[in-house]
Design a protein around this ligand. Sequence first.
Ligand code: SF4
Length: 264
Amino acid sequence: MTDNLIRLSQAHLNLLETCPPQFQRIYLEQLNSPLSTLQQEKLAWGSQFHLLMQQKELGLPIESLLENDEQLQRAIASLIDATPEVWQSQPDILREAEHCRTLNFQGYLLTAIYDLLVINETKATIIDWKTYLQPENKTKIAKNWQTRLYLYILAETSNYLPEEISMTYWFVKLPTQPQSLTFVYNSTQHEKNRQDLSNLLTQLNGWLEDYSNNETPFPHRSHCQSNCPYYQSLLNAGFLSVNDNKEIQKDWMTLIDEIEEVSI
Ligand code: SF4
């Protein structure tokens, strides 16, 4: 029975790990700030790109949908050109776009949606499309919960050994050629992911309990306090010592918006 479980995606885990107060604000209190026009445009473009890639995977024609958007047309054409191995027909056991998997873990429902999952006799490959340039910091991508959770859930919900599972990101951003980055999973990393997930969700249990019993705000991480305008303002105003929740709430909306959201 999973209906009553709290669902957690990679975005939830990333925010929980980097900024628990922002997790409280966005996911518990649903105080998300409105997106700028530029952010909305980027989001719409990314959604359209993913939808078209899904249509292509289903064998549906996409040409007519691209007629009025030359940039999208070129981006998709360059990605298809760069990834012939992805489109070759092979004796796959399973091949599905927007493939969703869930895993009940310590009373939470961990959720992953794979842009494309390809499974054959010997290996399982997760593919994820990104509509921006490949970030330089590869370690950061390896540590991001999208990479870690997606690999972890597949290893836990399939018969494949971690060593038989990989995840490849494709970064598509004109005029640069599409670039890819592959992470091959292994048993050591799998065990570490299990342990880190367990620790994070044990912390979440305690914070949720304190929040619902005493309205105690989610705690701040220590490594980011000196550079965080929100934390510094609370400190300067003396709120962190007196812990006045109502006053903290008052300043919440304006200041916490300045904290950068986590993305790969
Ligand atoms: S100090 Fe700032 S960035 Fe760090 S956890 Fe607190 S609110 Fe988040």
